[in-house]
Design a protein around this ligand. Structure first.
Ligand SMILES: C[S@@+](CC[C@H](N)C(=O)[O-])C[C@H]1O[C@@H](n2cnc3c(N)ncnc32)[C@H](O)[C@@H]1O
Length: 240
């Protein structure tokens, strides 16, 4: 079963409240980037929220939206198909970033709410891939979600209304070991106050801090800076 089979239908409603502040930082990190001739890669494009954000920040960019999960892809396809500008600029690639047919040079990469799915060895592969492909002026914009492996009490993460239906998202986490959290995410939908749907799903995710990302990426010739929620990587001056 797809990891996002339960989450996909609730994703946009719950993520919009979660990602607002992060989205502003991603936009700021991308604005003004040179994108001519080389695509921007959206790593873990999900339902296409990040893809749309990239398209607004970089109105001339071609975008490769990499999304391996078959439950998320119908949403991004609908989003892209329904917008003529996105339909012209976005290619949806249905595999892991580590197996995607990428060009030798990319102008930027964005991983929003995605790095938690990469094990330490997969992160090494990711830094190597970015170091090999980022253009001289390119940037990789990486969101840091869970820097430490510590328990998180059950917390309401979003309440959003669509018509007369109110959606709530709840999340809690239990430490698995030094580098992993076991998340339990619950969704509840109420129509005029009456519960009509309740779903629950689990994810085991990797924790990684901004400092760890900077240290890991430096070993592959990437330098960077941090914002509240992001690490922004570029090719280090001495790298080729
Ligand atoms: C929480 S969603 C984030 C979606 C979107 N970027 C956003 O911020 O709304 C994380 C996405 O990363 C994708 N993902 C997981 N492993 C991946 C990999 N190796 N390569 C690319 N995407 C991956 C998942 O399928 C999922 O859709």
């Amino acid at each position: 079963m797809s990891a996002y089979a339960v989450t996909a239908q609730f994703y946009d409603a719950v993520a919009s409240e979660q990602q607002g502040a992060v989205n502003a930082q991603i936009t700021e990190a991308l604005i003004g980037l040179e994108t001519a001739g080389h695509p921007v890669i959206d790593i873990g494009a999900g339902t296409g929220l990040t893809t749309q954000l990239i398209a607004s920040a970089l109105p001339k960019a071609e975008i490769f939206a990499i999304e391996p999960d078959p439950a998320m892809r119908p949403a991004i396809m609908t989003r892209v198909w329904s917008d003529p500008d996105l339909r012209r600029r976005v290619s949806i690639l249905p595999m892991s970033i580590l197996a995607a047919p990428l060009p030798p040079v990319v102008s930027a990469a964005v991983a929003s709410a995605t790095l938690v799915h990469f094990s330490p060895s997969e992160r090494e592969q990711l830094w190597a891939l970015l170091a090999a492909r980022l253009s001289r002026t390119g940037r990789a914009v990486i969101e840091i979600q869970s820097p430490f492996a510590k328990d998180v009490p059950d917390t309401r993460i979003a309440t959003e209304q669509v018509g007369h239906v109110v959606y709530e998202g709840w999340a809690s986490a239990r430490r698995v070991d030094d580098a992993r959290l076991h998340w339990r995410v619950r969704y509840v939908a109420r129509f005029n106050g009456v519960e009509i749907d309740r779903q629950c799903t689990d994810y085991v995710c990797w924790t990684v801090s901004a400092e760890q990302v900077l240290a890991e990426a430096a070993a592959f010739g990437l330098a960077g800076y941090t914002t509240n929620n992001l690490v922004v990587l570029t090719k280090a001056m001495s790298a080729g």
